[in-house]
Ligand binder design. Structure first.
Ligand SMILES: Cc1cc2nc3c(=O)[nH]c(=O)nc-3n(C[C@H](O)[C@H](O)[C@H](O)COP(=O)(O)O)c2cc1C
Length: 373
């Protein structure tokens, strides 16, 4: 549904909502260790895609909630059916008969310590199909760490958060819910990475420890810093390599814009040859000399002398094309274990690929081999 349409149709609703009161839980969320289940519903594919990004960063099993009645068009006739389903729930939220039927769920929630709910927003409320799942299974989530990710076109998610608290009253809620909308959707990988870090998922997340930098056909390994910026960059690279254009400056670095922002934790540091840092939140600097400034560390190019660094970084040239990519590490494979959101395929380096033409790839957590043309 278009953003413009929603701005018109929901301006009254949005005006009534104050700022984002999206489930402020305890200031220090509990550590999320143990097994994680991602339960989602998706009508038009946005939540499915969010789950794909989420499970590229977090080892989790995935459960898709499906309506029992297939082929329904919730948006047809001015959203008549979607509205009717929500009105029925609103009229009698405590009665099972108010909720649209869903397919049976065979997953046992007992197996999971953490549950992340990913749901669309419908008319500022939680999509009716997801409400059914939480009405039926919310009681089994008592005491578990439960998190919420909501996708809308533009409407505020505060009522969806309220729905989740009504349906799962006894959960230990993770921190603030994550809101993905049409304005920030292109930044999903970074938003998810930041959100996972805030939920204290570090210990359960298989972190990327390395990435590659390729310049003029030569590839060097970069040991990544263990901070939010490096995690967000690694998450972004799971969606594919990134090529940036860098230029020499100051006699100690080549640098340039990434094209997006990363979370900063700037500190005054003396960057050394080989250091890779973030400058001003959205620029990457590769050092062959040294300089003191307020930077956020991203990592360090390994195994090159100063002279080799100067040659690798094409010092003296302008508009140097630099490609950053995910490193092929066993953790990248481990990260997608258990993901069943869709039939996404991954290379062995953990990068998503649509149609492998041949070779070894990973699909739905299984290693497969396909012959080439
Ligand atoms: C029945 C229905 C009602 C919706 N109501 C709203 C709304 O009130 N505000 C809004 O911003 N988006 C609304 N949307 C759009 C969805 O929230 C948004 O496109 C979401 O990303 C869909 O997720 P999905 O693709 O996983 O189904 C509605 C969509 C449907 C189908």
């Amino acid at each position: 549904m278009g953003k413009r349409l929603f701005l018109l149709m929901f301006s009254a609703v949005m005006a009534a909502c104050s700022s984002e009161e999206v489930g402020r839980a305890s200031a220090q969320p509990p550590a999320n260790t143990g097994k994680t289940l991602v339960a989602y519903y998706s009508y038009t594919g946005n939540c499915r895609s969010i789950v794909g990004t989420l499970t590229s960063q977090l080892a989790a099993d995935v459960l898709e909630i499906q309506p029992a009645q297939k082929g329904q068009r919730y948006e047809a006739n001015g959203y008549a059916l979607g509205t009717q389903l929500l009105n029925a729930i609103k009229a009698a939220p405590d009665q099972a008969s108010s909720y649209p039927a869903i397919d049976p769920v065979s997953t046992s929630l007992d197996d999971y310590q953490n549950i992340i709910i990913v749901t669309p927003l419908w008319w500022s409320q939680m999509a009716a199909i997801m409400q059914t799942f939480l009405f039926n299974y919310g009681p089994q989530m008592a005491g578990k760490h439960v998190g919420l990710i909501v996708s809308s076109a533009s409407s505020s998610i505060s009522q969806v958060v309220a729905d989740s608290r009504r349906l799962v009253p006894d959960a230990t809620w993770m921190g603030e819910a994550l809101w993905i909308n049409d304005r920030n959707r292109s930044n999903t990988a970074t938003l998810v990475s930041e959100w996972l870090a805030k939920q204290n998922f570090q210990s359960a997340t298989a972190e990327s420890k390395e990435m590659n930098i390729t310049i003029n056909g030569q590839t060097q390994r970069v040991a990544l810093a263990q901070n939010q910026a490096a995690r967000a960059l690694a998450a972004k690279l799971q969606d594919g390599p990134l090529t940036v254009t860098l230029n020499s400056s100051g006699g100690f670095e080549i640098w340039g814009p990434l094209g997006f922002s990363l979370p900063t934790s700037n500190e005054q540091i003396k960057a050394q040859p080989g250091d890779v840092v973030l400058y001003n939140g959205s620029n990457i600097c590769l050092f062959y000399g040294s300089n003191s400034w307020s930077y956020t560390r991203l990592g360090r190019i390994e195994g090159l002398s100063e002279a080799e660094l100067r040659s690798f970084l094409r010092v003296g040239e302008s508009n140097i094309s630099v490609t950053l990519s995910a490193a092929a590490t066993p953790t990248a494979v481990g990260r997608i274990r258990g993901a069943k959101a869709n039939d996404n395929c991954y290379t062995l380096s953990g990068q998503r690929t649509d149609r492998p033409s041949g070779g070894v790839y990973i699909s739905n957590g299984k290693i497969r081999v396909k012959g080439g043309k």
